[in-house]
Ligand binder design. Structure first.
Ligand code: CU
Length: 133
């Protein structure tokens, strides 16, 4: 077993979000006024309003599948073709099989109402991803 750690930093661009069917962030007291958490740019802010957010998401995956059928590491190593076969040092079937992966994502964001019709937003996320193979 070998453990890999991959870190990635994603920076989003600034977007002016004159959304097509916007809801204002603070018009109503009901949760149904917003899209589910994780859906970005579903609303806009009035001029001068600021919103800062932090989100954390953990995703845990285990095992391998082809469609709905589970695949064992032995099946993968003996039957799944290596798309790089034919290049130097590449075997005909896969030799490294992921077993499980846990991904933690931290995401911070900020929205600023430039006018009542235009909202600017920025976000950044980190993706430290340990894999077990
Ligand atoms: Cu907002």
């Amino acid at each position: 077993m070998k453990r890999f750690s991959v870190a990635a930093l994603a920076l989003a661009s600034t977007a002016l979000a004159p959304t097509l069917n916007p809801a204002f962030a603070h018009d109503g007291p009901h949760a149904a006024d917003h899209a589910p958490i994780g859906v970005m740019a579903d609303h806009r802010h009035k001029a001068g309003e600021v919103m800062v957010s932090y989100r954390f998401m953990r995703m845990e995956m285990e095992g391998n599948r082809e469609g709905n059928d589970p695949l064992s590491p032995e099946e993968i190593a003996t039957t799944v073709p290596n798309r790089f076969f034919g290049q130097p040092m590449q075997p005909p079937t896969l030799r490294v099989v992921p077993l499980e992966m846990t991904m933690d994502m931290h995401m911070v964001g900020a929205m600023l109402g430039l006018t009542d019709r235009i909202t600017s937003w920025r976000w950044a996320a980190t993706l430290p991803t340990p894999w077990t193979m």
